[in-house]
Design a protein around this ligand. Sequence first.
Ligand code: MN
Length: 280
Amino acid sequence: MALEEYKRKRDFRQTPEPPPKLAKGGRRRFVVQKHRASHLHYDFRLEMEGVLKSWAVPRGPSLDPADKRLAMQVEDHPVSYFDFEGIIPAGNYGAGTVMVWDVGTWEPQSDAREMLNKGDLKFRLNGKKLKGDFALVHMKSRRLGTKGTEWLLIKHRDAYDQPGYDIDKYDHSVLTGRSMDEIAGDAGSAEWKSRPASVAGRSRKNDWLAESIAIADAKRAKETKRAANKKTKIHPAKAAKRNPIRPEKTAPGDSSLARAGNTQVTKKKRLRAPKSPLTA
Ligand code: MN
């Protein structure tokens, strides 16, 4: 079974990660997840044969053809991992913060299975951040005791290469616009659920990204509302202290001035869902 190792490493009563389930259909999507576990790394995943073929890239992918990035092949992940963003609780495998750093589609240059077996996978990415031609090349190490899981992720020269590419400048989720710190500090993140497979099956061919974003937005709006409801239980005097009203910014005659200190103002303010840059 393709997802045995994924299953063996996780306790699904403890982690919000999706269950091990093989997907139907031959869509070719890719996702890069920024993962702050014991060590920060990026997980590069290609949808293929009903699973996500996965590599952990310690320094992350680069658009600079001069960078040859070490990519350790790891266990296949379920396709529903595609839009997993949130927090893997302490004590679980891979505990830490996960961001959906990039998503898109990939096109293999020739037969994907053959290239994978040969250890020379050439493909084109059409993502939000990563675009153009790349190769994943298996390193055939002769050293004893090496696991044989080391590959190199290399950008080819084309219209999309960017010499001097600095991945740290792009610390935002393509699903929610949040930074790693924002995801880590968001109580709602821990309850993140991937969209159910039935929903994925219904989506039209090119609607998957819009759908993922819409689900993420709805989820965020719900969590923001929940947080707002919690906040209104705070004593009004405390709430006013936390959210001081600045009269100089209020237009004369504005009725909100009369309600200064009223928690309704605070609640209304907090109900607004954060805007995703992709939907803006
Ligand atoms: Mn990881």
